[in-house]
Design a protein around this ligand. Structure first.
Ligand code: COA
Length: 168
């Protein structure tokens, strides 16, 4: 299989990002509900950067880095200004288990650290693939908290806060 390239996302990538996200939402209910404005969902207002795994113009995977909201900073136990949150991480269903998410995650974490910020994230406690990925990559579980949104089966989500691996 040709190697995919990890590179900064451009405006031209957004349509392909949305196509990849559609495969993910159908398969995994991530996000739980299809956003009204998927390109906007991929571009949170507090975004610090975004990267794609791409083969030519086709986007296979995506990750963003954002400022950290107070609930996650509180769960981590550090000031939000010292943290950056990994978000919007997904890989198209046809490109899984090729290491693309691990590369995207590493890219986002290194970018945070280059800016003097500690990478953190929160994950739905039921997202077994994502939790497997984070733990394999050396991320550390810090605490669990009840979220303010519902999972696909109507339960209030429990999310796990993770801190990036030391000396990444
Ligand atoms: C989680 C996700 C991004 C992983 O993408 P991926 O490109 O297939 O992951 P990688 O190939 O980089 O996997 C790296 C490691 O993570 C772990 N992992 C990945 N998928 C896993 C799974 N389904 N079950 C258990 N562990 C898994 C494994 O340790 C894997 O290494 P291995 O393949 O050598 O065993 C993908 O399954 C996805 O898009 N899921 C839906 C969206 C989502 O949950 N995003 C996270 C929101 S917080």
């Amino acid at each position: 299989m040709p190697a995919a390239q990890i590179r900064p996302r451009t405006a031209q990538d957004l349509a392909s990002c949305v196509s990849a996200l559609a495969t993910v939402q159908r398969a995994d209910r991530y996000p739980v509900h299809w956003p009204e404005d998927p390109e906007g969902w991929l571009t949170p207002h507090d975004m610090l950067g975004a990267w794609v795994a791409a083969e030519g113009p086709a986007v296979l995977g995506h990750v963003a880095l954002t400022r950290t909201d107070p609930a996650l900073a509180n769960a981590i136990g550090a000031p939000a200004e010292e943290l950056a949150a990994v978000a919007r991480l997904f890989v198209s269903t046809t490109a899984r288990r090729r290491g693309l998410a691990a590369e995207l995650l590493g890219h986002a974490a290194r970018s945070a650290e280059a800016d003097g910020l500690r990478p953190v994230l929160e994950v739905d406690s039921g997202a077994t693939a994502a939790i497997g990925l984070y733990e394999r990559a050396g991320w550390r579980f810090v605490s669990a908290m009840t979220a303010d949104w519902h999972t696909a089966n109507g339960q209030l989500a429990v999310v796990h806060a993770y801190s990036g691996p030391a000396g990444h």
